[in-house]
Ligand binder design. Structure first.
Ligand code: TRP
Length: 324
C-alpha cells in the first residue's frame, strides 16, 4: 500500500517564505510518491486567535498559496479541518489515554503560557492531542514538518503506542519527515519566521513589498558602519541568500566578510533573487484568486474525500474502546 502523508498549516495569514522553504516545497514534491492529505487546521488556529473575524479570509489565502505553489487537488486531498468534525470526536477519545503531565511538558505549550498568559485555555493544552487526531484519523505514516513540530510528533507516537497497547493494534506510529531547510529565521534575526511574529515575507507579497520588508531586516549587529567586516553566519539576510542565491552564496559571504559588499546592496540582491524565484507563483496565485467557485469546489471535494476515511477510522476506534 502507498504510504500516506499528512500535514497541516494553521490559517493565521498568508504563507511566508519560511513556510515555502520549510514545508510547502516539500509538500509539493511528496505528491508524486505518496498518498497525500493536507489540512488547513482552523480549529488549531482558535487556540491562540482571539479575533476570528478574518478566519475565513485566511483559510482562502492559505489555500491559494498552496495551489499556486503546486499542490494539486487531483493528486492530494486538500481540506479544512473543521469540515471533517470526526477529528474532534477522536480528540476526545484520545484524551482518555493521554496523561495531562505529558501535555504540560510540551515546549510549545510552555511557550504559550508565557506569551499569552491571559489565554491559557483548555484547547491549548489539548493542541497536541488534536494534532494526533488529525494524523491518525487518516492512519498517516509520514508527517512533513519543521523542526519545531518534533515534540508534537513524538507525543503523537506516544499516544498511539498507549492506545494500541491498551485497545489492540489500531494506528500506525507516525514519523516526522524533516525538510532540508527545516527552520527559517525571521527578518528580526532572532526568532523563526512566523506569521504571528510578523517577521517574515509573504510569498504572495508584491515585488515592492518584498523589497521593503527586506530593507528593514536586521543584519549582523556588529556591522555598524559600511566598512565594518560582516559575519554572514549570524545574519538573517545571508541565511536567505543560502536558499535563494545558491550559486553565489560563497561569493556573497566572502564579500560580506571583507566589507566589499555593504548590507544595502546585499539586501537589494536578495530581494531581486526572491522576486525572480517567486514570479511564476505570484502569477498563478492571481489567476486562482479570480476563481472563487473553483476554490470552494476544491475544499468541498477535499472534505468529502477525507470524511470517507475519517468515518471508517473513527468507527474502528470506538469499537476498540468498547463504545460500539
Ligand atoms: N501544529 C502544526 C503547526 O503549527 C500544524 C498542524 C496541525 C499539523 N495538525 C497537524 C502538522 C498534523 C502536521 C500534522 O505547524
Amino acid at each position: 500500500m502507498t504510504k500516506r502523508v499528512f500535514s497541516g498549516a494553521r490559517p493565521t495569514g498568508r504563507q511566508h517564505i519560511g513556510n515555502y522553504l520549510g514545508a510547502l516545497r516539500n509538500y509539493v514534491a511528496l505528491q508524486d510518491e505518496y498518498d497525500c492529505i493536507y489540512c488547513i487546521v482552523d480549529i488549531h488556529a482558535l487556540t491562540s486567535m482571539e479575533d476570528t473575524g478574518k478566519l475565513q479570509h485566511y483559510i482562502r489565502e492559505t489555500l491559494l498559496d498552496w495551489l499556486a505553489a503546486g499542490l494539486d487537488p487531483e493528486k492530494s486531498i486538500l481540506f479544512v479541518q473543521s469540515h471533517v468534525p470526526e477529528v474532534m470526536e477522536l480528540q476526545t477519545l484520545l484524551g482518555m489515554v493521554t496523561p495531562l503531565s505529558w501535555l504540560l511538558r510540551v515546549p510549545t505549550f510552555k511557550e504559550k503560557v508565557k506569551t499569552q498568559p491571559e489565554n491559557v485555555n483548555y484547547g491549548l493544552v489539548g493542541y497536541p492531542v488534536l494534532m494526533t487526531a488529525d494524523i491518525i484519523l487518516y492512519k498517516a505514516n509520514t508527517i512533513p514538518v519543521g523542526e519545531d513540530q518534533l515534540p508534537h510528533i513524538e507525543l503523537a507516537r506516544e499516544i498511539v503506542r498507549r492506545f494500541n497497547s491498551r485497545f489492540g493494534d489500531t494506528f500506525p506510529e507516525p514519523q516526522a519527515k524533516l525538510t532540508e531547510f527545516p527552520l527559517v529565521v525571521g527578518l528580526d534575526g532572532k526568532e523563526k519566521m512566523s506569521a504571528t511574529l510578523d517577521n517574515g515575507i509573504d510569498i504572495a507579497a508584491t515585488t515592492e513589498e518584498t523589497r521593503q520588508r527586506i530593507m528593514t531586516a536586521v543584519t549582523d549587529p556588529a556591522r555598524r558602519y559600511r566598512n565594518d567586516p560582516g559575519h554572514p553566519e549570524i545574519c538573517a539576510i545571508y541565511k536567505l541568500h543560502e536558499y535563494f542565491s545558491t550559486n553565489e552564496k560563497d561569493s556573497i559571504a566572502g564579500q560580506c566578510r571583507t566589507a566589499e559588499m555593504g548590507c544595502v546592496s546585499c539586501k537589494k540582491l536578495l530581494a531581486e533573487r526572491i522576486n525572480v524565484e517567486l514570479a511564476p507563483f505570484r502569477e498563478k496565485r492571481a489567476e486562482l484568486a479570480a476563481k472563487p467557485q473553483y476554490i470552494a469546489d476544491v475544499l468541498s471535494d477535499g472534505a468529502a474525500r477525507a470524511r470517507i476515511i475519517a468515518r471508517e477510522t473513527l468507527r474502528e476506534a470506538k469499537e476498540r474502546m468498547g463504545l460500539i
